[in-house]
Every structure is written in structure tokens, then in C-alpha cells.
Design a binder for this molecule. Structure first.
Ligand SMILES: *[C@@H]1O[C@H](CO)[C@@H](O)[C@H](O)[C@H]1NC(C)=O
Ligand SMILES: *[C@@H]1O[C@H](CO)[C@@H](O)[C@H](O)[C@H]1NC(C)=O
Ligand SMILES: *[C@@H]1O[C@H](CO)[C@@H](O)[C@H](O)[C@H]1NC(C)=O
Length: 540
């Protein structure tokens, strides 16, 4: 800022000096008697004479301190230049002009002031609606500050006015300030703040003694009411898409940042657009998505959890130790199903009428000390919001065959033509699990048995041999065998057919009877004869 010294320069004085040139020895000083100079400026004090051709000049201060200036004498004029003006110059300066024996003296008082710059406005922080803030207005390098008055205006409202009327002997430049704390409101948005400062010294020009700084209030509103809208849903099917839009209120309008929360809690920036579209969602895209509204005044965040659902699939059942068990043993049936969210497991048993009977929601279904009635179909289902997946297992509880018996009725040794029953029984298993076989070198023959019995009508010699009965299931096996002996008729000299036996018995009765008839015939002199041979022939 250019510094000027204002000198009141009366036109009358000039006229007077010209007019008096030819008069008696006289001295003049300019400026007259007093000058007010701004610290740092340059001022010149000029002493001039009339009525003397070559006067001599000398300068001094009233209290004989150093001049702190530069003197230039030119003919009838002497100029003392003080540059830059400082506190060392706040004196009365005396100029003495000598012409022969004539000596004349004039004095000028140098007064100082300092008010070089416009006030500065500063704030303790950002201006936020609802948050107290302190505004400071300061003026630097003021002298004399006891003449200073400052004020702060917000719009038309005077917030504070202060006069700095303190007595001090210290000659120094001071920085003075005015502080006001206020809480910005919505109404303050766009208002102006004015800080004015005035140095009350009459001699100074109006333009220089009143200074003003204006600032438009930049009021911020920290982001708030940040909301997310999700379309179509926070729960998604694998492969699906979702569009999320975020909005946040604030001044200036907050910038929107979309991020995803990682497992370690950090945020991974996804987009700086308000609308975030995610396509072809996979299970690992499930998680927390964070929207942040950000402006200079702050940030506000909100979040949404997306769940990518996967319908249950790959439902599997593992059976330990086996799905075919001996009665009395225990079994663990464990079901697993993949899906997101993790499917719930449901164990049920299929009844004879097709209905399903609830058993458990535990993954492992344990049957302790099974019975045959536990045999059947067990159904496991993996279920979540996205669907269900089913798997079945058939459980077979068996008893091991025991107490097997194989017999030939009436005997293991029969004669050709006899009827023989080969009978197999097994105490605890159904007859259908019994297999009767006849062993042979060329291969075994399975016999068509009913109820474990096989009947040989009229045994032939070839029916002789080894018979075997087997009772077998997945949990056990029992075997018995017997050897059937069939004797041929010619091999047996005592062989009588029942018919021959009857004939023999009958003939043994007939022969004596015939003898008696012959005897009586002879005794009665009966005529004719009877041949035993003929009678025998007719009987055979
Ligand atoms: C933001 O959206 C604009 C258009 O709406 C698009 O051109 C730009 O690529 C998007 N930026 C990001 C980071 O997604
Ligand atoms: C069934 O599971 C339980 C617990 O894991 C275990 O103690 C038991 O031995 C298992 N039983 C069978 C038959 O595998
Ligand atoms: C499920 O498992 C828990 C603990 O493992 C057990 O206490 C409960 O009896 C089981 N429920 C059924 C129905 O098996």
C-alpha cells in the first residue's frame, strides 16, 4: 500500500513566500509546526529563507537526540528527509538559519501513527450449522492503539463493538483483535460478515483512518440422513443383480462413496457414484456394503448387508458303520447340504402310508440299539430361504441266521421208491431266506422248496447224495448238510413189496385151507380135483 504523507499546503503561504523574497531576512519551515506521519513512510521537512543570499542551516531535535535523517542544503533551502519514519522521529525538529549575524529558528513537531492494513477475518474452524464457532477480526501494527475502535457486523446485526482505550507509555506497534463466538444457523447461509476498524485521529484522512473487510459466510452442513435404497432386495439369488442408491443431506451436497467392508474391517472403495449396481452376484459377494456421504464439514455413513442365497444342493448322507446292520447295533446317519445361508437339516422317516414322520433337526441322526422295525427309508432335507434339497437312505436291520437244522424224513437212508422229505428250519429268519441245494460234481442244483421243505416222491437211486441248506443274509451265514442214501431193490434179498407180502400171507392161509378141502373131499368121496399150481398162477 503506497504511503503518503498528507501535508496541508496552504495556497496563501506560497503567495506569501514569493511576495516576501525581497524583504528582510526571514525563515519559514514546511510543513508548518506539525506533521503526522505514518510509520514507515518518508517525510521531508523543508526550511527556507528570504532576504539572504547564502544562509547557513542547521537542524536539531528539541531534546538533542540524534537527527536520524539526511540533510540537503541547496541555496536558500535546507531539507531534512526522514526515511523510513519510526518512533525515533517522534520529536520536535528545529531548523536554524544564519545570515551574517542574523539568526532565525523554526520548529516542527513530528507525530506518528500506524494503521497500514485492512482488518483480517478468521474463524476457529469451519462454519457448521449448529456448531459454535469463534470469529476473530484483527488489525496489525496499530499505533497509537488507544485510539482504535473495532466492530463486527453479521448482515445488519452488530455483533460487537470495542474501543481500545488503554493507557500505555510503551511506544510500539500492536495487533488488536475482536472475538465473537456464535452458532451458525441456516439463516446465516450466504450472509456477509463485516469487520470495521477506525483510528480516531482527526488529522488523518477519512480514507486512511477507517478500514473494513467483508466476508461472505461459507456455512457448511455436515452430511446427515444418509440412506440406502436397495432394489430389488437385500437377499439375492446367486447370479442375480442388485442396484443400490445412496443419498445424503448436507451443504455443500455430500459426495457419495460406496465401499465394501472387508473381513479385516477395512473398507474397499467400489464407486464414487450414488448408484451402485452389482451384477452376477456370487456367494462371496455377500457382506456389508457401506455408503458414506462426505463433504468438507464431515462424513456420515450407513450400511446394508447383502446376502447372496444359494438354494441347498449336493445333499449327501453318510451312514456309519453301514446302512445294513445287525439288530442291536447303533448307527449314525449324517446329512450335509451346501447352500447359503447354510441350509437347516431336517431328518424324517417315511412311513408305510408314504407320510413323513419328523425325527430331528440335528445333522447327525443316531439310532442306538436298532430293531428290525427301524428298517425303512430315512429322508434328509437341506432347507433355506432359497429352496430345499432332498436325499434318502434305506436302512436295513437284520438278524444273523442261527439254529439251522436240516433233516431227512423219515430217514437219511431210504429204499428206492420211498418218499423222502428234506426239511430245513432256521430259528430266527424268515423261510424265504433258506436255500436248499443238492451238491453235485457238475454243479449244485437249487431245489424248489416251499417253506424250507423239499419232497422226493419215489426216491430213485440218483436222488442219493449230499443235500445242503444255507441260510444267509448280509449279517450272517449258516450251513448244514446231510447225505441221503437210497438203496436199490435187487440189492436187498429180504425185499418184499407190500403186495407180495399180502400174497404170501394169503397163500400161507390158503394152502392149509386147500389141504383141508382135499382131506374133507377124500373123506366125503367127492369127485374132481384142485391144482395148487393153477390156483397160484391165477392169483399172481
Ligand atoms: C458413475 O456414473 C457415470 C454415469 O452415471 C459413469 O459414466 C461412471 O463411469 C460412473 N463411475 C463409476 C466409478 O462407476
Ligand atoms: C456315532 O457318533 C458318536 C458321536 O460322534 C460316536 O461316539 C459313536 O461312536 C458313533 N457311532 C457309530 C456306530 O458310528
Ligand atoms: C440334537 O443334538 C443335541 C446335542 O447334540 C441333543 O441334545 C439332542 O437330543 C439332539 N436332538 C435329537 C432330536 O436327536
Amino acid at each position: 500500500m503506497p504511503r503518503k504523507t498528507v501535508v496541508i499546503f496552504g495556497a496563501l503561504n506560497i503567495l506569501w513566500m514569493v511576495f516576501a523574497a525581497s524583504q528582510a531576512f526571514k525563515i519559514e519551515i514546511f510543513p508548518e509546526s506539525k506533521i503526522l506521519a505514518q510509520i514507515g513512510d518518508s517525510i521531508s521537512l523543508t526550511c527556507s529563507t528570504t532576504g539572504c543570499d547564502s544562509p547557513s542551516f542547521s537542524w536539531r531535535t528539541q531534546i538533542d537526540s540524534p537527527l536520524n535523517g539526511k540533510v540537503i542544503n541547496e541555496g536558500t533551502k535546507s531539507t531534512l528527509t526522514l526515511e523510513p519514519v519510526g518512533f525515533a522521529h517522534e520529536h520536535s525538529y528545529l531548523c536554524t538559519a544564519t545570515c551574517g549575524h542574523d539568526k532565525q529558528e523554526r520548529g516542527v513537531q513530528v507525530d506518528l501513527y500506524s494503521f497500514p492494513e485492512d482488518p483480517e477475518i478468521s474463524f476457529s474452524g469451519l462454519l457448521e450449522v449448529g456448531k459454535p464457532v469463534t470469529v476473530t477480526c484483527l488489525v496489525r501494527d496499530v499505533y497509537p492503539f488507544d485510539r482504535l475502535e473495532m466492530h463486527l457486523l453479521k448482515g445488519d446485526h452488530l455483533m460487537k463493538n470495542q474501543e481500545f482505550v488503554e493507557d500505555t507509555d510503551v511506544k510500539a506497534l500492536e495487533t488488536k483483535s475482536l472475538e465473537v463466538t456464535f452458532t451458525p444457523t441456516n439463516e446465516d447461509i450466504g450472509k456477509t460478515l463485516v469487520c470495521g476498524a477506525k483510528l480516531h485521529i482527526d488529522e488523518i484522512d477519512f480514507k486512511l483512518k477507517e478500514k473494513e473487510t467483508t466476508k461472505t459466510l461459507q456455512v457448511y452442513i455436515s452430511p446427515r440422513n444418509t440412506v440406502i435404497s436397495v432394489n430389488p432386495s437385500k437377499r439375492l439369488q446367486e447370479g442375480g443383480s442388485v442396484t443400490m442408491t445412496c443419498s445424503s443431506e448436507g451443504l455443500p451436497a455430500p459426495q457419495i462413496l460406496w465401499s465394501k467392508k472387508l473381513d479385516n474391517g477395512n473398507l474397499q472403495l467400489l464407486s464414487e457414484n450414488a448408484t451402485l449396481t452389482l451384477i452376477a452376484m456370487r456367494m462371496e459377494d455377500s457382506g456389508i456394503y457401506v455408503c458414506e456421504g462426505v463433504n468438507l464439514a464431515g462424513r456420515d455413513r450407513t450400511q446394508v448387508e447383502l446376502i447372496v442365497q444359494v438354494a441347498p444342493r449336493d445333499t449327501t448322507i453318510s451312514v456309519s458303520p453301514s446302512s445294513i446292520l445287525e439288530e442291536g447295533s447303533s448307527v449314525n446317519m449324517t446329512c450335509s447340504s451346501d447352500g447359503l445361508p447354510a441350509p437347516k437339516i431336517l431328518w424324517r422317516r417315511q412311513l408305510n402310508n408314504g407320510e413323513l414322520q419328523f425325527l430331528s433337526e440335528n445333522t447327525t441322526l443316531t439310532l442306538i440299539s436298532t430293531k428290525m422295525e427301524d428298517s425303512g427309508i430315512y429322508v434328509c432335507e437341506g432347507i433355506n430361504q432359497a429352496g430345499k434339497s432332498r436325499k434318502e437312505v434305506e436302512l436295513t436291520i437284520q438278524v444273523a441266521p442261527k439254529d439251522i437244522q436240516l433233516r431227512a424224513i423219515p430217514s437219511e437212508s431210504v429204499k428206492e421208491g420211498d418218499t423222502v422229505i428234506i426239511s430245513c428250519t432256521c430259528g430266527n429268519v424268515p423261510q424265504t431266506w433258506i436255500i436248499l441245494k443238492k451238491k453235485a460234481e457238475t454243479g449244485d442244483t437249487v431245489l424248489k422248496s416251499t417253506g424250507g421243505e423239499y419232497t422226493i416222491h419215489k426216491a430213485q437211486l440218483e436222488d442219493a447224495g449230499v443235500y445242503e441248506c444255507e441260510s444267509k443274509n448280509q449279517v450272517g451265514l449258516q450251513l448244514r448238510s446231510l447225505t441221503l442214501d437210497v438203496k436199490g431193490r435187487e440189492n436187498n434179498k429180504d425185499y418184499f413189496s407190500p403186495e407180495l407180502l399180502v400174497l404170501y400171507c394169503a397163500s400161507s392161509l390158503i394152502i392149509p385151507a386147500i389141504g383141508m378141502i382135499i382131506y374133507f373131499a377124500r373123506r366125503a368121496n367127492m369127485k374132481g380135483s384142485y391144482s395148487l399150481v393153477e390156483a397160484q398162477k391165477s392169483k399172481v
